[in-house]
Design a protein around this ligand. Sequence first.
Ligand SMILES: [Mg+2]
Length: 277
Amino acid sequence: MPSAAVFTDLDGTLLNHDDYSYAEALPAIAELRRRRIPLILVSSKTRAEMAQLCAELEITDPFVCENGSVIVVPPAWADVYPAEREKLVEEAGALLDYRGANRERIVQLLKTMKDDFAFSGFADMTVQDVMDCTGLSEGAAAKAMQRCASEPLLWRDSAAAMNDFAQQLGRHGLRVLKGGRFYHVMGECDKGDAVRYLLSIYESHDGAKVGSVALGDSPNDLQMLKAVDQAVVMPHPDGTYMHDDGLAGAIHAPFQGAKGWQIGVQAALSKLDEEKQ
Ligand SMILES: [Mg+2]
C-alpha cells in the first residue's frame, strides 16, 4: 500500500485547457509510478473518456467519473472494496460504484425547466455542437456524450436565475456544480466524497495514514481540494485562481494545464516529504 496518493482533476489541470495535452506532465507521472504512488483521476468526464486516458497513461488505479457520481474500481480491488458487493455493477472487467443520480431522470427534469430558464444541455446538442464548444475531436466528443449520472450544460441565463435553478434542483435531490466550461447537474455527491472514500480504503488496508495530494482549478474541485493534506490550485486560462478560505495552505501552480501540473505535483510531494521528517 502507498505512503501517498495523488488525486487530480483533468481539464485545465492535468490536461491543458485548449489542446487537452498531458505531454508536459509525463515526467511527474513517471516519478509517481517509480515511487508507487497511485494517481487517481477525478473528473467531470465520462467513464468512456477516462478509461481511454488511463489506458494511454498506463494507470491501473481506481478513477472517479462525472464529478464523483461513479467510482470505477479495478478488478484487483474486488476484495478490498468495502461497498456491499451487490451494489457494485460489473461491466467490461471493471466494478462500478454508482453513487449519483440517474442521468435519464436528470434530463427529464431539465426538460420541464426549459420554459423558466435559458440553458443548453448535452441532451440538446449534436456531436458537432459538443465539438464546437469543447474543441474535442469527433470521437472524443462522442465519448463525452456517453453519460450515465450527470448532465453538463451551458448557462445562458443570469446569475440570479442560477440561484433559483439550483434551489429547484435541490427540491428534487439534485445539485449543480460549476466546472471549467460547463455547469454540471448531478446527484447529491461530489469529488470530495469520492476522494475521502478512496483514501479511507487505502488507509484501512494499510493501517496507516496515507499522505494525500489533490490538484484542481474549478469550484467543482473545491471539496476534493479540502479533503486532502496538500491541495494544489491550478490557474484558470486567464491566470486567475479560484479563491476560498479553505485553501489557505494550498500550493498555487504557476501555469495552467500539464506544465503547471508537473511543477505542482513535485512541490506537493516535497512538502509531504518535509512534513514526514
Ligand atoms: Mg478543471
